[in-house]
Design a protein around this ligand. Sequence first.
Ligand SMILES: NC(=O)c1ccc[n+]([C@@H]2O[C@H](COP(=O)([O-])OP(=O)(O)OC[C@H]3O[C@@H](n4cnc5c(N)ncnc54)[C@H](OP(=O)(O)O)[C@@H]3O)[C@@H](O)[C@H]2O)c1
Length: 245
Amino acid sequence: MKRILITGATSAIAQQAARRFAADAAALLLVGRDADKLAAVADDLRARGASEVKTEVVDLLDLARCSRLIGEAVEQLGGLDALLVAQGTLPDQGVCETNPVQTLREFSLNAMGPMTLALRAATHFEGQRSGCIAVITSVAGVRGRRSNYVYGSAKAAVSTFLEGLRGRMREAGVSVVDIRPGFVDTPMTAQLAKNPLFATASTVGNRVYRAMRAGDAVVYAPWFWRWIALAIQLMPRSIFLKLPI
Ligand SMILES: NC(=O)c1ccc[n+]([C@@H]2O[C@H](COP(=O)([O-])OP(=O)(O)OC[C@H]3O[C@@H](n4cnc5c(N)ncnc54)[C@H](OP(=O)(O)O)[C@@H]3O)[C@@H](O)[C@H]2O)c1
């Protein structure tokens, strides 16, 4: 796994995963919307051993641009071994409930962009009969909760999409990795009150790296979220609907 495209590369979780790839002397193309942040991340990764770090400023809400990124990565890195999709926003659920345009915008960033990238990567990796497509989804996709069903349904869409894509990619030897973190202390959750279930970006980023190296299918991060997610899935609807979450 030597040539890697990371979208949403300024994400705290993605930065930690990228540091691990840099230590393996990988060549990286970092895509994000903020040129200064990207440049700082790129400098850090060069210092940590990356063989090459390129950056591309892209608003990942632009689906046409997302569609072209795999081709650009192949050109810039001289080939591509892995894609890590890390962009995301935690929508204001209240605003989304009165503003369908905003809801679609959130859905576009959290679901349609990642699916566009995964589809393009799938075609490329299928052709070369190797590769890794990894997307950071969320335990929020396991079940629709009243407090964040816009975000949750976007993540659920991606997880279902990846499950089907994994089936398609199986014979081509391409791994499709769905990483589902629980709460992580990153800029995305800065406004939330913290509790003992919060993990660090470093813990989750390291898990992303290991899952991609191993070609895992579905990974909960940290591990205990697998059991919390299972309990939520199995909870009778009559009880679930009464939960204030
Ligand atoms: N933190 C959690 O509790 C948690 C839990 C489960 C899943 N996740 C998922 O983990 C992934 C990484 O998030 P994080 O926790 O590391 O938070 P983060 O540091 O806030 O990262 C979010 C990333 O998305 C980028 N982004 C947002 N809108 C964009 C746009 N229009 N164009 C390009 N990039 C855009 C941000 O860019 P800027 O740096 O320019 O803002 C940032 O790089 C996300 O997919 C998130 O949904 C997070």
